[in-house]
Structure formats: C-alpha cells, structure tokens
Design a protein around this ligand. Structure first.
Ligand SMILES: Nc1ncnc2c1ncn2[C@@H]1O[C@H](COP(=O)(O)OP(=O)(O)OP(=O)(O)O)[C@@H](O)[C@H]1O
Ligand SMILES: O=P(O)(O)OC[C@H]1O[C@H](OP(=O)(O)OP(=O)(O)O)[C@H](O)[C@@H]1O
Ligand SMILES: [Mg+2]
Length: 285
C-alpha cells in the first residue's frame, strides 16, 4: 500500500509543533527514541526526521513527498517548491541588522560591507534588486555575535521577539521577509501519494480553522436579538434557542478568535449576558 512520506525537522523549533499538528489531524506516529523514520499507526504516512536545511533537496529528489518547513528555508533553498498550506506557527522575520551605535541612512549603507548570515541567497537577491553589492560571510549559527567579534559589519538572520538582537547590541534596519511554517510538496509526488495528501490536507485545514475560531454562547433579551445577531458573523447564521426564562434566548455562534475581542464591548452594550467563549477542536465547512 502507498504511504505518503513527510519530512519533519529532526529537532529544533519546528519539530514539536509539526508533530502536534499531525496528532491533532488524527495521525498517531509510533515514535521510537532517536528513530530517523517512523510510521503512522492509523494513516498511510511515514515521517522522516531530517535537518531543515537538507529538506528542500530531499523534496526535489522525490525522496520525500511533502514537508513542514519554515517559509524562510524555502525562499533560501527551494524557491521553486510549491507551498500547499500555510500553517500559522513559527512566525518570524528575516532581517538585516547593524550595530546600535551606527546611524542608519538607508540600504546604500550596505554597499561594500561585510554581512554575516546563514541566508546568503536571500540576502544576495534582496541586495541585488536594490543595486547593492556586499561581501557575504556565511556562518551556520550564532550569527548575531559576528559584529561584536569583528567578523562582520552587519548581519542577516531570523528575528522574532528581537531579544537576540538586543542582547548583542544590534538593531533591525531592513525586514527582508516574513515567514511562518508551511507545508510544501515534491514536484515528483505520485498520483497515489497526492490522493493521500488531499486527505491529510483536508484534516489539517479542519484543525487550523478550528484553532482560528471560537464557539461563542450568550444570553440575550428577545427584543435585542436582531441587533446582537447583526454583530455575530457565524458559519451560516447563529443558532437561537429559547431560554426557560420568558423573553430571553440563547445565541450560539462561531467567530474568528481575534474578531471576538473587537465585538465583545458592543455585544455587552447591546444587552448580551453570560457570554461563554469555547475552543473548537475541528471545523469542517
Ligand atoms: N526565534 C524564532 N521564532 C520563531 N520562529 C523561528 C525562530 N527561529 C527560527 N524559527 C523558525 O523555525 C525554523 C527552524 O529553526 P531552528 O533554529 O530550529 O532550525 P535551524 O537551526 O535553522 O535548522 P536545523 O534543522 O538544520 O538545525 C526556522 O527556519 C524558522 O522558520
Ligand atoms: O528575536 P528572537 O526572539 O531573539 O529570536 C531570534 C533568534 O532565534 C533563532 O535562534 P535559535 O534560538 O533558534 O538558536 P540557533 O541559532 O541555535 O538556531 C534565530 O537564529 C535568532 O538568533
Ligand atoms: Mg535557530
């Protein structure tokens, strides 16, 4: 029987969330410690635990069918690989940074400068588009230390909270790209594996939609129902059920988890009471 082969980062920032996404999609993986390959118990899928930077090549060669990767790695090493799903975790930027004490006037400041980075292609393309030529010094980790030890004038690396830059007396001056974890596919995927991918993607989409939404229940006086319902988006239209108490109804609706905070005050003003907000595990539209 055909199995879809998925590459997941062996260890590091993407590992846990990638595996928990598969788990939430109902795929349970038999994980032996230090195993580099594992099978799912209840879905035709095999996981290959690999180093991030190696995954684009495995996809190109068709050694794996799909992968969960940072978009930044794809832009650096696998521009031609297709993204099939944006997964919403491991959000970060890839930025240029310089020592705090130096005044930044603009991108021309990088002309002829030495930049330490693990993202040479990304920097080269970004600067080339702006007509700037710099000298790239490629290192694999602890990039932010380079200016302090005289190895480079500037750096290009991942920025999330900015605390690594701060601790190293650097400031972000150019954001080259924003990234999140994505699911990407091999150009050599077979028809059979593609059918399994369609099933997996459907499950993942249900999980992601559930994570982005909340189930909201509230009580409303009947004369305010129209106004309250107009504030609730809902999947189709909200469910309205009579309460035991005469003149009151219970209103149930699904809404984007961020939208909730935007409408809560208006709901209260309109007369809503006893508002409950509950998580949604899966959502199929
Ligand atoms: N500070 C961060 N905040 C959010 N996401 C991040 C952060 N650092 C890295 N990432 C994202 O997680 C991915 C994996 O980062 P991580 O540092 O674990 O691996 P790596 O060192 O690039 O790769 P390897 O698997 O080769 O060790 C990055 O490509 C990026 O998309
Ligand atoms: O803006 P911040 O929140 O400080 O995050 C940015 C840092 O996070 C990553 O390093 P990581 O911790 O993954 O260590 P690594 O260099 O070993 O990959 C990245 O390479 C930056 O150094
Ligand atoms: Mg890292």
């Amino acid at each position: 029987m055909t199995k879809i082969r998925i590459a997941v980062q062996k260890s590091g920032r993407l590992n846990q969330e990638s595996l928990s996404l598969l788990k939430n999609a109902g795929v349970s993986i038999e994980n032996g410690k230090d195993q580099l390959k594992a099978s799912a118990r209840n879905f035709p899928l095999e996981v290959f635990y690999l180093r991030n930077g190696d995954i684009p090549q495995y996809l190109r060669d068709g050694v794996v069918d799909i992968a969960i990767l940072g978009e930044n790695t794809l832009i650096e090493k696998g521009q031609e690989l297709k993204i099939v799903e944006r997964l919403g975790f491991s959000k970060c930027k890839v930025s240029l940074a310089i020592p705090k004490r130096i005044k930044y006037k603009g991108i021309q400041d990088f002309q002829g400068k030495k930049i330490a980075t693990s993202y040479p292609n990304t920097v080269k393309n970004y600067l080339a588009e702006k007509g700037i030529e710099a000298d790239l010094h490629i290192i694999n980790g602890s990039v932010e230390i380079a200016p302090n030890i005289g190895l480079a004038d500037a750096i290009c690396d991942i920025v999330s909270s900015g605390s690594t830059l701060f601790k190293n007396n650097l400031k972000e001056v150019e954001v080259m790209l924003s990234s999140e974890a994505v699911m990407t596919v091999s150009p050599k995927i077979t028809e059979e594996a593609q059918q399994i991918l369609d099933k997996l993607q459907f499950r993942i989409q249900s999980v992601l939609k559930g994570q982005r939404s909340k189930y909201v229940l509230l009580n409303a006086p009947n004369e305010k129902l129209d106004q309250i319902i107009s504030l609730l988006p809902g999947m189709k239209s909200p469910t309205v059920l009579p309460l035991a108490e005469e003149g009151w109804s219970s209103v149930h609706s699904v809404m984007d988890k961020n939208t909730f905070w935007d409408v809560i005050d208006e709901l209260k003003l309109a007369g809503a009471e006893g508002i409950l907000v509950c998580p949604i595990e899966k959502m199929v539209l």
